[in-house]
Design a binder for this molecule. Structure first.
Ligand code: DQA
Length: 142
């Protein structure tokens, strides 16, 4: 089992970015916990973060035939990037959409995800544990 965890724009600032919304764990700390849990369960896990739409699309393309599952927090691109949606639809690797915050309880523009219809499922609202819940699914995939 090989898993890729992808994070989009502004998620490199986790820990200092709006801690009342996103908590005070850094992305490095979150990734470390995911790595520990994945490895304990015999899975390989890699990480990628970018603030650039094209780099995220390249990473999705590059995941073809390399990973069994992608855990993806696309940040604000979730709400309007048809290019990222098309890239997810173009690859066969299942993608789990992740959000730390409960996007449905926030501003109107966050209520809609253009990537949800092409993702396997969505986890939102559980802070850094949203990633853990997605990892649980990935580790238990058929
Ligand atoms: C987010 C929610 C998005 O609306 C926002 O733009 C983010 C983070 C989340 O993890 O809750 O950057 O994806």
């Amino acid at each position: 089992m090989k898993i890729l965890v992808m994070n989009g724009p502004n998620l490199n600032l986790l820990g200092e970015r709006e801690p009342s919304v996103y908590g005070d764990h850094s992305l490095a700390a979150i990734n470390e916990r995911l790595k520990e849990c994945a490895e304990k369960n015999g899975a390989e896990i890699d990480f990628f973060q970018s603030n650039h739409e094209g780099a995220l699309i390249d990473a999705l393309h590059g995941a073809r035939a390399k990973y069994n599952c992608i855990i993806f927090n696309a940040g604000a691109y979730t709400h309007y990037s048809y290019a990222i949606r098309d890239a997810i639809a173009a690859i066969k690797v299942p993608v789990i959409e992740v959000h730390m915050s409960n996007v449905h309880a926030r501003e109107e523009f966050r209520h809609h995800s253009v990537i949800s219809p092409v993702c396997k499922g969505t986890v939102a609202g559980f802070g850094e544990k949203s990633y853990m819940m997605a990892l649980f699914y990935a580790l238990n995939m058929d």
